[in-house]
Write a protein that binds this ligand. Structure first.
Ligand code: MG
Length: 202
């Protein structure tokens, strides 16, 4: 039986069709290119290989490039204006509050960004916990320990949680840790009135 739902944050609680992802990726590329002192075209193959080996760009930079300026990196890739296009989503709020169990956030983003997104969507108070990457030594999804830490904090067995994320790799990893999981790219983040929110069978 499902006792708790763990939602991803970015491109899960809001649509990938907003410009949040575009801003994030543009600034990420700018920062990495500048820091490494090479063009993005020169950097991209190494970055893509790094993402396959590690969970996040920051983990790759730390492990392979000796990077240490974590706060500066996060501040650059998550500027205050990044969520300007996000709007309150009362339909999503009603949907999550109507679920027959509590929900939490499990995100590879830093806390200040997660709180900014939650505030813009007007979802404050909806989630029981917010599990962010910096609380776990910057080793987030797909590291199994990140999922287990959240489960331990919530006092849950893996089979008692449902995990929802837009990235298949992260869902596959949670599946290996015996959690029930969904990959979705449409439902919760849909801004279309014609795409109803899905029922959840517990
Ligand atoms: Mg996501």
């Amino acid at each position: 039986m499902i006792h708790h739902i763990l939602f991803d944050l970015d491109n899960t609680l809001y649509s990938i069709h907003t410009d949040v992802e575009d801003i994030f990726l543009r600034r990420l590329k700018e920062y990495i290119s500048s820091w490494l002192g090479i063009t993005w075209e020169e950097c991209e193959p190494s970055w893509r290989a790094g993402l396959k080996t590690y969970g996040t760009t920051l983990e790759w930079l730390i492990e392979e490039k000796g990077f240490t300026a974590k706060e500066e990196y996060y501040a650059y890739i998550h500027p205050e204006s990044e969520t300007d296009s996000l709007k309150a989503n009362p339909e999503l709020r009603r949907f999550i509050e109507s679920l027959p169990c509590r929900s939490s956030i499990l995100t590879n983003s830093p806390s200040f960004h997660a709180e900014r997104v939650i505030k813009k969507l007007e979802l404050e108070g909806v989630f029981q916990n917010m599990f962010t990457i910096e609380e776990h030594g910057l080793k987030g999804k797909p590291h199994a320990s990140f999922y287990y830490r959240a489960l331990d904090c919530l006092g849950l067995k893996p089979e008692e949680a449902l995990f929802i994320d837009d990235i298949p790799r992260y869902v596959e990893s949670s599946f290996r840790s015996l959690m029930r999981s969904w990959v979705y790219q449409v439902y919760l983040s849909s801004s279309s009135k014609s795409s109803p929110l899905p029922p959840i069978a517990m």
